[in-house]
Design a protein around this ligand. Structure first.
Ligand code: UD1
Length: 424
């Protein structure tokens, strides 16, 4: 397994390019299943999760080609096997995003249940409930969701769907299914993440009729056919937020090219309160910071967009570890998302957890050690901690990082970090 070796203590300077968003690219690759015409996605990030999704759709009989410049051509005209097998789903929960489009276009789908994952139990009951409201008959057998239309039905039927909680991939599954359903679907309690809006824009470019994306009520008038399109994947706000935290913590002055400050309001507000300067500018966002103990620790609660993202909790915690004062962080989305805490403590951080709450007491110095990545965002938090720690930090099991960050160590090296990949 590859590792990262980081020699901490350098400030970061220069420019870094923000890639396309993982959490937009994954549903958008699935949206291409909704049409028999060719779809082109631009700005698709080079990530393990994208490779897994390409494998999943190719396994269905879909032609999908990825070029080095981030362009992906998909042609689902020959899709023959509307199935997502356990072997692929188990490595990436987002595979459940195939369910809505397959059901909408083919009237049947067999998708493995994702099972638990490191950060929580993460059930898919809401996905099933919503698609069932549109008429799908779904049984769970042998670890698979087997879905089909009732006898004599040609299409799903529009419905009013109110989920018990806000679910991002759930909202995406319903959007894709409703785009080809008969009649109107109204999604109440819909997720408002920028990736939802980006998916909605892509579907609209394919001929879908959608209103209200970006709010908690989305209306979709189903159409009987969607066509091909070319769509550019929105910039990754979590990657950008991770770099913002890294620069704020180490100190420095970096322009994140293509970064969308307007998608990071909650994080940027906390960074400013901590003492960093963050400026939205044409084509990007600039962060300047004196780093370390010039920062003040900031408490926050993770909530759905536009609140503080759970996907930024671990990275901001790394910053809090070396700031002045004490901060309370409450994780409200996932039940087990503090696995980075013990690893940060190995680097000298002072953190106490009690259930959903972590209390971080800032300390002037972290000291390098070997730590283990446990999930995607936890890995990014350990990288940030390694960048500020004295001496050498080795982050083991970085396959988690490779799932969701496009060339992270090369990008960090480009802005002055002393970081290298140790090949297994
Ligand atoms: C997406 C993101 C992930 C992010 C998360 C929360 C993608 C590919 N992944 O994950 O990076 O951390 O949103 O912002 O976009 N829940 C249920 N039943 C369901 C669905 C969800 O109980 O059927 C619960 C989950 O366990 C969790 C909460 O609802 O506690 C929110 O989960 P959800 O928004 O669905 O997360 P994902 O879409 O899986």
């Amino acid at each position: 397994m590859d590792k990262l070796l980081i020699r901490g203590g350098r400030s970061l300077q220069g420019e870094v390019l923000v890639s396309g968003a993982k959490n937009a690219a994954l549903p958008e690759l699935c949206a291409a299943l909704l049409t028999a015409e060719p779809v082109t996605l631009l700005n698709v990030p080079q990530l393990q999760d994208v490779s897994t999704m390409l494998k999943l759709i190719r396994n269905m009989g879909v032609a999908a080609e990825r070029a080095d410049d981030g362009t992906v051509h998909i042609n689902a005209s020959a899709l023959s096997t509307p199935e997502a097998p356990y072997e692929l789903v188990k490595t990436m929960r987002a595979s459940v995003l195939a369910l809505g489009p397959l059901l909408a276009r083919f009237g049947e789908a067999t998708v493995s249940l994702p099972g638990g994952c490191a950060i929580g139990s993460r059930p898919v009951d809401q996905h099933i409930k919503g698609l069932a409201a549109m008429g799908a008959e779904i049984v769970v057998e042998h670890g698979y969701m087997i879905a089909k239309l009732p006898a004599g039905w040609k299409r799903l039927k529009g419905a009013r769907i109110t989920t018990d909680m806000v679910t991002v991939t759930g909202t995406e599954n319903f959007l894709m299914a409703a785009a080809l359903a008969e009649g109107e679907t109204v999604l109440e309690n819909a997720a408002q993440e920028p990736e939802i809006s980006d998916l909605a824009e892509m579907l609209i470019a394919m001929g879908a009729k959608i209103e209200g994306h970006g709010t908690s009520r989305i209306r979709i008038q189903g159409v009987d056919k969607l066509h091909g399109c070319t769509h550019r994947v929105v910039a990754d706000r979590i990657e950008a937020g991770t770099f913002l935290c890294a620069v704020a913590a180490t100190g420095g002055n970096v322009l994140l090219r293509h970064g969308r400050a307007d998608h990071l309001d909650a994080v940027i507000e906390k960074l400013r309160e901590a003492g960093a300067t963050v400026q939205a500018m044409d084509g990007g966002v600039r962060v300047q910071s004196a780093g370390g103990a010039t920062l003040k620790a900031q408490g926050f609660r993770t909530t759905e967009y536009p609140g503080f993202p759970t996907d930024m909790q671990a990275q901001f915690m790394a910053l809090n570890c070396i700031a002045q004062g004490t901060a309370t962080v409450t994780e409200t989305i996932f039940e087990n998302r503090f696995m980075h805490v013990n690893e940060l403590v190995r680097l000298g951080a002072k953190i106490q957890t009690d259930g959903k709450v972590a209390v971080i007491e800032g300390t002037p110095r972290l000291s390098g050690a070997t730590v283990m990545a446990t999930d995607l965002r936890a890995s990014a938090s350990l990288v940030i901690a390694g960048l500020v720690a004295d001496g050498e930090t080795v982050v083991d099991r970085i396959y988690h990082l490779d799932r969701g960050y496009d060339c992270m160590e090369a990008k960090l090296r480009g802005i002055g970090a002393d970081i290298e990949r140790l090949k297994a």
